[in-house]
Design a protein around this ligand. Structure first.
Ligand SMILES: Nc1ncnc2c1ncn2[C@@H]1O[C@H](COP(=O)(O)OP(=O)(O)OP(=O)(O)O)[C@@H](O)[C@H]1O
Length: 272
């Protein structure tokens, strides 16, 4: 049996990273980064392409093995976890991808049910083969993301924004403690990007989920994140609450104050 997760220092500390370094051959992707993230906190990682955002996220759920440093997520020491410990960790850590990763030929409901597979002993084929209580739970999650009426539609007939909302419902079905989102709005138009960020913010606050999300849109980060972490060449160069943080201060992560550098959002509205 995998070891039971132990609380990390402080009850609501969910992610603790200390001196994390990740190299790919000669490339230093993440350079001595330390970061603590608490329960119900939405942290956005910003930085130029290649600054190490995705690599940092992937080190948090063991998709990339770290080169050195401590990575503690929900009490699991990811940096030295065995395969069975990584499996246990991944049940608690949901991942939302840029391209949604839904199974296109099956219904939205069945896609959401896939998020609960970790709780079952064997694979299921078809929504009706899942226990009734799980189908009810999956429908609740679809309702939560505003798509209950599309539960029985094939996933590949939905728009990009709708598919990302189904992907979020699937992750909620997993009942995670931490949600990692790698550019979840990069394939969406500004309006849908705002809808998805709003949803992530809601589940963060209402479900007390800890969310780390990479973005390229400074305005969305300022609008929805509790905190912004900026990376440059793998190093952490900014770590600030968004309260009182200005756009120009964030743009320093990119080493220039140039509004054309990032994709502007017409719908970003500061929520707090
Ligand atoms: N699997 C890999 N093998 C080799 N090098 C890699 C690998 N993954 C990432 N890198 C390198 O690590 C560095 C950081 O990449 P990463 O994808 O983390 O950046 P990023 O900030 O997420 O970029 P983007 O915003 O374009 O997604 C880059 O130089 C990249 O080429």
């Amino acid at each position: 049996m995998p070891a039971q997760p132990q609380p990390v220092a402080g009850d609501d500390l969910v992610v603790h990273v200390n001196g994390l370094t990740k190299r790919f051959g000669n490339t230093l992707a993440v350079d001595d980064v330390s970061l603590d993230v608490h329960r119900s906190e939405l942290v956005v990682l910003l930085g130029l392409s290649g600054s190490g955002k995705s690599t940092l996220l992937r080190c948090l759920n063991g998709l990339h093995a770290s080169t050195s440093g401590v990575v503690d997520v929900v009490g699991h020491r990811v940096d030295r976890a065995s395969r069975s410990e990584l499996r246990a960790l991944r049940r608690e850590v949901g991942f939302v991808f840029q391209h949604f990763n839904l199974v296109g030929r099956i219904s939205c409901l069945e896609n959401v049910l896939l998020g609960g597979l970790g709780r079952l002993k064997c694979a299921r084929y078809g929504a009706l083969t899942y226990p009734k209580r799980m189908r009810a739970e999956a429908l609740e999650h679809l309702d939560r993301v505003g798509l209950a009426d599309l539960a029985h539609r094939r996933a590949d007939t939905l728009s990009g924004g709708q598919q990302q909302r189904v992907a979020i419902a699937r992750t909620l079905m997993q009942r995670p403690t931490v949600l990692l989102a790698d550019e979840p709005v990069a394939s969406l138009d500004p309006e849908n990007a705002g809808v998805v960020m709003d949803l992530l913010f809601q589940v963060c606050v209402e479900e007390k989920l800890t969310i780390l999300c990479t973005l390229h849109q400074v305005d969305l980060a300022l609008g929805w994140a509790h905190r912004i972490v900026g990376l440059r060449s793998g190093q952490k160069v900014l770590d600030r609450s968004t309260i009182g943080l200005t756009r120009d201060e964030v743009m320093e992560v990119y080493q220039r104050v140039d509004p054309d550098l990032t994709t502007p959002s017409t719908t970003a509205v500061r929520r707090r």
